[in-house]
Design a protein around this ligand. Structure first.
Ligand code: NA7
Length: 558
């Protein structure tokens, strides 16, 4: 933590200690969305404070500081576009930058736009309660601070509630253990140690080569293999950096109007079987050598909707895995059988498969040899006791709804969010939950898609306009209805059912969290159609929202 933010923190504390009026807006979260929201709300002249659980800003890029943590989106499509000065003053070093550079970026943004003074660090929200009689939310933090605000906007992240596996004995282990999503700030030394990594999602696939490089032994516990393709990262030259700044308005326009994924990659305007086998393979080969998620988003347009096209692509990647892993038995273990490419978010990798060619690395398939317990000295599977110095839990997150549900939220008539969502999350446009007036959820269920910051930008811009209209209206309460949430839920389910996504067990359906109802938690229609829908809602006079109990566009309202 630098001097600037330490000073800012004490200013924040002083400021919050004065005055008894409720804030106009309390933001929960100081990550990508929270910072942008704070900036935009301040531009509107509203009173606002942002609570952040971490000791600095950046959200997932503050917490996921494990070796190898890196973007899967091109850096310059991930950062903010709202300020030309920021675009000019910040220089991304690589096509896909790592955690450290991202953390610096968010600090740079907070300093440049003077955000620190309205951010309260080390402030994890514990509970929030709607006080109907006064039209305010009372928010309490874990350390006992209290805030009152007329509206609350949560920007708590979609992959930010780390999850440990339900394995007995986790606390008994006498070595070091770390979750990738809660990585310590102090350096974790892998050198010369016997290390286990549990989990082979994006985080596991990123950390494993770093552990393998210096560990004495590495045991990877894999339950489900993923379809990983090379990230093909590179440095950004000065000429390219200058070009990116010069072109930024144009490609921002493309990302925010034409792209369904929010990435620069555009799908090939052809079906996979409209070309010959040779041409198809040639295209796959080209994409395998291209950066980032090209394989997913620059592929034939039907790879996620046509089973045969998807199988052709999956077969191609399986052959690549066989070509890179020397032991055929190990290679077969690394090839997914339960889902096709792209039905789950595919990890990007750098030297990942080659790790398994090294003598000190073992791959344990936990579907064949399940983990029975964590013991004092390691991990016991059905057949083997693995003696270990360190366990890395790369076991993912209680996705999308988890971070919000870890706060005790009590809405109108004393109803809890836990009860409201007992059969699965309900939301209108992902931004509001019926029964929870004046509470908004950036990145809420059934809304996020594709390159997340571009989606967040859409949602924040839209919500800030809504809040502006709400405060200008003189109304006290804005809320959505059961009917609006039901309609949105049905629309979203229908979108998900139309794609091959429905076949996968993934965090996007909550399948990785024991007991979580299976619902598609993201938005399957693409960013372009989501944006269209938001625009229609505005044109219709915020249909689906009530102001002080009446239709927003009812001329007699307020
Ligand atoms: P993910 O993608 O949810 O991956 C978690 C991994 O942990 C996955 O391989 C899981 O296997 C595995 N896991 C979870 N519990 C267990 C147990 N009990 N035993 C063995 N393996 C287990 O999280 P990440 O952090 O890697 O990535 C999250 C997102 O961040 C990613 O999608 C990108 O968008 C960026 P499973 O597949 O459930 O069988």
């Amino acid at each position: 933590m630098g001097t600037t933010s330490t000073t800012a923190q004490s200013e924040t504390t002083r400021r919050q200690g004065t005055g008894s009026d409720p804030l106009d807006v309390l933001i929960i979260g100081g990550g990508n969305a929270g910072l942008y929201l704070l900036h935009r709300i301040r531009e509107r002249g509203l009173s606002v404070v942002a609570l952040e659980a971490g000791s600095s800003v950046g959200g997932v890029w503050y917490w996921n500081r494990y070796p190898g943590a890196r973007l899967d989106s091109e850096s310059y499509t991930y950062g903010y576009f709202f300020s030309e000065e920021l675009l000019r003053d910040w220089r991304w070093s690589e096509e896909f930058v790592g955690q450290e550079e991202l953390e610096s970026y968010f600090k740079f943004v907070a300093t440049k736009f003077g955000l620190w003074k309205d951010i309260r660090l080390d402030s994890r929200a514990a509970s929030m309660e709607w006080i109907e009689s006064r039209g305010v939310w009372l928010v309490k933090t874990v350390d006992g601070s209290r805030f009152e605000a007329r509206t609350v906007v949560t920007a708590v992240g979609i992959l930010s509630a780390p999850q440990y596996p339900e394995i007995p004995g986790r606390d008994r282990f006498e070595g070091e253990s770390h979750h990738t999503g809660l990585w310590p700030k102090e350096e974790v030394d892998f050198a010369g140690k016997r290390i286990a990594v549990i989990g082979t999602g994006s985080s596991g696939v990123q950390v494993i080569p770093f552990a393998a490089a210096v560990a004495e032994q590495l045991v990877v516990f894999q339950r489900t293999p993923n379809w990983c393709t090379p990230i093909n990262n590179s440095m950004i030259s000065t000429e390219r950096a200058e070009q990116l700044v010069a072109d930024s308005a144009g490609f921002h326009r493309y990302l925010m109007s034409a792209s369904a994924s929010g990435y620069l990659h555009a799908p090939r305007d052809e079906d996979a079987f409209a070309v010959t086998t040779e041409q198809r393979i040639e295209h796959f080969e080209r994409l395998y050598a291209q950066p980032g998620l090209s394989m997913m988003f620059a592929n034939f347009r039907d790879i996620l909707t046509n089973r045969a096209a998807n199988e052709a692509l999956s077969d191609f990647i399986a052959q690549k895995i066989r070509g890179r892993v020397h032991d055929p038995l190990v290679a077969e273990k690394l090839i997914p059988r339960d889902h096709g490419y792209g039905m789950k978010r595919p990890p990007l990798e750098d030297r990942y498969y080659e790790v398994y060619n090294q003598g000190h690395v073992t791959l344990v398939d936990t579907t064949v040899d399940p983990i029975v317990a964590v013991t004092k000295s390691g991990i016991q599977t059905e057949t083997t006791q693995h003696a270990l110095d360190m366990i890395v839990y790369a076991t993912g997150f209680d996705a999308v709804t988890g971070a919000l549900q870890r706060i005790e939220v009590t809405g109108a008539a004393g109803h809890s969010l836990t009860d409201a969502w007992s059969d699965g999350p309900r939301s209108y446009l992902g931004v509001q939950i019926p029964g929870f007036p004046n509470l908004f959820t950036i990145g809420g269920p059934q809304s996020a898609a594709g390159n997340v910051p571009r989606f967040l930008e859409t949602q924040v811009d839209w919500l800030v306009d809504l809040l502006g209209s709400f405060f200008a209206s003189g109304a006290e309460k804005v809320e959505t209805t059961d009917a609006a949430a039901d309609e949105w839920g049905k629309h979203n389910e229908a979108m998900a059912q139309n794609s091959l996504l429905r076949n996968a067990q993934s965090w996007a359906f909550g399948s990785n969290t024991p007991g979580k109802p299976r619902t598609y938690l993201l938005y399957a229609g693409g960013q372009d159609s989501y944006r269209k829908r938001l625009a229609e809602v505005v044109e219709s006079g915020y249909s689906g929202f009530l102001l002080d109990g009446r239709e927003w566009n009812d001329p007699s309202a307020v």
